[in-house]
Every structure is written in structure tokens, then in C-alpha cells.
Design a binder for this molecule. Structure first.
Ligand code: F6P
Length: 330
């Protein structure tokens, strides 16, 4: 953990990795809470890539007006291969020091917080804010952006179910999540799906075929299969697997990949509130001289976890919920 000046004068804030609904609420909260303390705020554009390029703008209370309800991030974001190199990180650190930043707030997911941990190890004060629609970040039970992404996925599932029922079809709906099945599991349960496929549990396509046939024989007018993009049998592979012999399933099969549609939505109430609370908490931690931590939601409260602990641990998914989903789909 690096040292922090006795009195903070200026902090930087950046958003990194995949954008997530609620990031703007967090930027606004960080900025206004910092202004309230008499600090200056630098907005770093395009994540770590912008930091390396010294693409920095001053942020005042007025610059963050009217953004609470907007999806994405007004600062822009990126995945920076250069920051993954020691030389890239050295340049980033020099930019922070040359610009007179006393600390940096990093809003983002796994890769972004690994980057924050690297800066911390180089002695620079950082505080992370847990934000990713994938919800795969240790240190936050629910990350910023998850609730909105989940609701967007649900709206799509609800609509597709209408058409599935009208035509007696089975729909495969693929949701994002990278290697994590959280979005698929929760969207599958909340959307009342018949089958959920996640990377954490290997699924045999023949078991899916048997389940679809059973659903058909139970007299259901539709079958919804929610699959995580990171599953071995994702939408594309399932489509190929059943190509040419769909009839045995009982239903005709259609496939929808939701993709980035889930990321770009306007944040709902939960993410506006979460981003706001997380942003204020990040500033409060810095004001108390606490850094090298990730601000997240733990047991229903805003809390902080050391970045080293975040980097060393993998978040687990409650796969027992699959059984619950199975019972409820009878
Ligand atoms: O991490 C968020 C996420 O949307 C993942 O769910 C997905 O796998 C990935 O980002 C897509 O990345 P990109 O926007 O760079 O294509």
C-alpha cells in the first residue's frame, strides 16, 4: 500500500473495461463528494488507455449534471493492452504524478481492478468501485450494472416467451457474462425458463433434448432455454448440435443472442442508487486515508475489500439455484 499525502488536493477518476449502467451515477457521486471536500477532480477519458495518453479533463459539479439517468460512461472506456505491460503502467504512473493526482478511483470489473491493484503495488493510492454486468468480481455480492442488465435480459425473455407460446416453439436466449453464469442463472429463474445452461455446470446436449421433450409432453406451449455465452454449449453450439434433427425435441428451435443490448441500457433505480453510494463511499475512504481497497456491496451494505484479497479470490456462484429453477419449471 502506498503513502497518501496528509491532505488530498486532487483525485482522478476513470471507467475501464465493459461499460455498465450506473457508471455515470458513480462518476457524478465521486465528483460531487470530492468537490464537497474541496478537492479537484480529473476525469480520465477512455480508461487506462486515456491515462497513458494523458487524456484528462477537469470535472466540476456542473460537468456531471444530467448524467445520472444515462447508460454507458461519459468518460468513455476501453480495454488497454498497453496498461497490461510494465512499461505502460510506468507511463500511467508518471502521468498521474505529473498531473498532481493524489489518488485514483477506478470504476470497473475484474481486469480493471487487477490494473488498480498493480498501481497500488507501485505505491499509488487507488480505490476501486465494483462495476461489471458479469457479476464475477470478488468483493461485491452484486456489482454496479448487474441489476439493469438483468432487467434488460428479462424484458427480452418475456417478449420471446410470448412468441414461443404463440408458435409452440423453443427459444434459446443467450445472455452475456463472459465465463460467469450469474446473469443466465438469475435471468433464467426470474424469467421462468425451462432450462438454464451455465459454464459452472457442464451440460450434456442430450439431457437438454430429453428435458425439452419432457416439457413438450407435459403440455407446455413453449420452452425457454437461457444460456450463458461462456457455456460449452452456448447458443451457437447448441444450434449446430440440433441442426437437421430438431423434430425429436417436440418444439421447433429458434435462437436469439442478446449480446451488447444488455450493456447499453439506462440505469434503473437500483444501479443509480448503488453507483451513488459506491461513489460517495470511495471518496470517504480516501478522505480517511484508506486506499488499496475495492468498494462493493457486501451483505446488503456498502463495504470495502483489500484489492490484494480481490485479486487472490474468485467469486463463486450458488449453483444449487439450478435445482430450484428445475423444480419451478414443472
Ligand atoms: O465484461 C462485460 C462483457 O459484456 C462480457 O459479458 C462480455 O463477454 C464482454 O464484456 C464483451 O466484451 P466487448 O464489449 O469488448 O466485446
Amino acid at each position: 500500500m502506498g503513502s497518501m499525502p496528509a491532505k488530498i488536493r486532487r483525485i482522478g477518476v476513470l471507467t475501464s473495461g465493459g461499460d455498465a449502467p450506473g457508471m455515470n451515477a458513480a462518476i457524478r457521486a465521486v465528483t460531487r463528494a470530492a468537490v464537497d471536500k474541496g478537492w479537484e477532480v480529473s476525469g480520465v477519458r477512455q480508461g487506462y488507455a486515456g491515462l497513458i495518453a494523458n487524456d484528462v479533463v477537469p470535472l466540476g459539479a456542473r460537468n456531471v449534471g444530467g448524467i445520472l439517468q444515462r447508460g454507458g460512461t461519459i468518460l468513455g472506456s476501453s480495454r488497454s493492452p498497453e496498461f497490461k505491460t510494465p512499461e505502460g503502467r510506468r507511463i500511467a504512473l508518471r502521468v498521474l504524478e505529473d498531473n498532481g493526482e493524489d489518488a485514483l478511483v477506478v470504476i470497473g470489473g475484474n481486469g480493471s481492478q487487477s490494473g488498480a491493484a498493480e498501481l497500488m503495488r507501485m505505491g499509488f493510492p487507488v480505490v476501486g468501485i465494483a462495476s461489471t454486468i458479469d457479476n464475477d468480481l470478488y468483493g461485491s455480492d452484486v456489482c454496479l450494472g448487474v441489476d439493469t442488465a438483468l432487467n434488460i435480459a428479462l424484458e427480452a425473455i418475456d417478449r420471446l416467451k410470448v412468441t414461443a407460446s404463440s408458435h409452440h416453439r423453443a427459444f434459446v436466449v443467450e445472455v452475456m457474462g463472459r465465463d460467469c453464469g450469474y446473469l443466465a442463472l438469475m435471468a433464467g429463474i426470474a424469467g421462468g425458463s425451462e432450462v438454464i445452461i451455465i459454464p459452472e455446470v457442464e451440460t450434456d446436449p442430450e439431457a437438454i433434448a430429453a428435458e425439452l421433450t419432457a416439457v413438450y409432453e407435459r403440455g407446455k406451449p413453449h420452452a425457454m432455454i437461457v444460456v450463458a455465452e461462456g457455456a460449452k454449449y452456448n447458443a451457437d453450439r447448441l444450434g449446430h448440435y440440433f441442426a437437421g434433427h430438431q423434430k425429436r425435441l417436440g418444439f421447433e428451435l429458434r435462437i436469439t443472442v442478446l449480446g451488447h443490448v444488455q450493456r447499453g441500457g439506462a440505469p434503473g433505480a437500483a444501479d443509480r442508487l448503488l453507483g451513488t453510494q459506491m461513489g460517495v463511499a470511495a471518496v470517504e475512504h480516501l478522505a480517511r486515508g484508506q486506499h488499496g481497497v475495492l468498494v462493493g456491496l457486501r451483505d446488503g451494505r456498502i463495504g470495502a475489500t483489500p484489492l490484494e484479497e480481490v485479486a487472490a479470490n474468485k467469486k463463486t456462484l450458488d449453483t444449487a439455484l439450478l435445482r430450484l429453477a428445475y423444480i419451478l419449471s414443472r
